[in-house]
Design a protein around this ligand. Structure first.
Ligand SMILES: [Zn+2]
Length: 123
């Protein structure tokens, strides 16, 4: 007689009885699992929001006169993360502006950027 494969609860490791597709031994373990998943998602979103907020703060603090020119290293030194922005705007000439909310920049030559504030370029 073949030995029945024992299934273990993915939360507590207890043996699962009943339907073969069950993943949890109890309602308690099921809700623990879903709560953990929710908090992972919340953390993921919170981390990205924090990066965006920090990026915006850096741009705003450097762009004191509404249109500032500086080297990208200056942003990196302050912890700016170039992979995160909220939207991209391409002008008719093909110039790409990346915005973090209202604060944006465009890359020029040799690593130099021009920082801008949104309403000048996006209608
Ligand atoms: Zn369990």
């Amino acid at each position: 007689m073949p030995e029945a494969t024992k299934k273990e609860c993915i939360i507590c490791g207890d043996e699962i009885t009943g339907r073969p597709d069950k993943r949890f031994c109890s309602d308690n373990c099921r809700s623990t699992y879903h709560n953990r998943q929710n908090s992972d998602q919340t953390n993921f979103i919170r981390n990205i929001n924090n990066i965006l907020r920090k990026n915006r703060r850096i741009l705003a603090s450097m762009n004191t006169d509404g249109k500032t020119s500086l080297h990208r290293d200056k942003l990196m030194e302050n912890g700016f993360n170039f992979r995160y922005f909220t939207n991209e705007y391409v002008t008719r000439k093909g110039t790409i502006y990346r915005f973090v909310y209202d604060q944006g920049y465009t890359e020029r030559e040799n690593g130099y950027l021009t920082l801008v504030v949104r309403q000048e370029y996006v209608e």
